[in-house]
Ligand binder design. Structure first.
Ligand code: SF4
Length: 271
């Protein structure tokens, strides 16, 4: 797998975020800051030294981020956070300039989306996938109807941390290019039940929508048994379940083509 990770890059233009819903309770950003003894509150949003990473160049003038990469954007905050309104326009410019990169933006603030897009957004940029994050049925029922109406070229639903079973059926329109599920990490993590994961998978398979089981979380319940899973195994254990559907070897939906070939994708048998 090691070579596959080379297609990913993290870009965190700002750091710090405010909690807005149940899924934020044990936010990764807060946990990391506490672990490293940060003196600045995690709720205080500040620009990072890597703010302009997508347009940084090496001495030989080549891009620091080579073309063709998947760029996980703003994963130590929320890209649509109000505190970052003043900085976001510059990020959109960089995203537009680097049309050779594929930007993944995940948000719990999809209800702010139209306030946050640039004037030339139109129906969306070709190289941006927006993931609407939901953690339970209430957030699915609030955020996903908004999400479905938005002009975005590539949409995914991110269920994480998964805190309950979710009926996704009303929201699994063909415009959804991927559904990804994850349990919660960290001390005090809330349980994630394998039955919930399988239920979402079944709903996706019935509609031909790519599905990914991203990670188990720390507290995983399967066949009535509870498993405590250390952080380092949470991704690999999910991968071992081998239940991804229409997901290529780079763990991205089929819609991401770039230079990859058709044989890079596989359709696992449906159990
Ligand atoms: S929106 Fe995301 S980054 Fe912000 S507090 Fe919630 S979980 Fe953390």
């Amino acid at each position: 797998m090691a070579e596959n990770w080379e297609i990913y890059t993290d870009w965190n233009p700002w750091h710090g975020c405010t909690k807005i819903s149940a899924g934020c309770k044990f936010c990764y950003v807060y946990r990391q800051d506490a672990m490293y003894g940060s003196e600045i509150s995690s709720s205080e949003c500040r620009k990072t030294a890597n703010f302009n990473l997508p347009i940084k160049r090496r001495r030989d003038k080549s891009w620091k981020i080579p073309g063709g990469r998947v760029v996980f954007t703003c994963f130590t905050s929320d890209f649509l956070l109000k505190d970052a309104d003043q900085w976001r326009p510059e990020c959109w410019q960089m995203i537009r300039q680097r049309s050779d990169l594929w930007f993944h933006i995940f948000t719990k603030r999809i209800d702010r989306f139209m306030e946050c897009v640039p004037d030339d957004w139109g129906n969306g940029y070709d190289n941006v996938l927006v993931g609407c994050t939901v953690e339970n049925q209430a957030m699915a029922d609030y955020r996903l109807p908004i999400f479905l109406k938005l002009p975005i070229k590539h949409k995914s639903i991110i269920i994480g941390p998964m805190l309950s079973d979710i009926d996704l059926a009303p929201y699994l329109h063909p415009q959804i290019e991927e559904v990804a599920t994850s349990g919660e990490s960290g001390v005090g993590a809330r349980p994630c039940h394998y039955d919930w994961i399988l239920h979402v998978r079944q709903q996706c398979v019935e509609r031909g929508i790519p599905f990914r089981f991203h990670q188990t979380g720390a507290y995983f319940v399967k066949d009535g048994k509870t498993y405590r899973i250390p952080r380092r195994y949470q991704l690999s254990q999910a991968h071992k379940a081998n239940i991804d559907y229409k997901i290529g070897k780079y763990m991205v939906p089929e819609t991401i083509k770039f230079e990859w070939k058709e044989e890079d994708y596989h359709l696992p048998s449906i159990s």
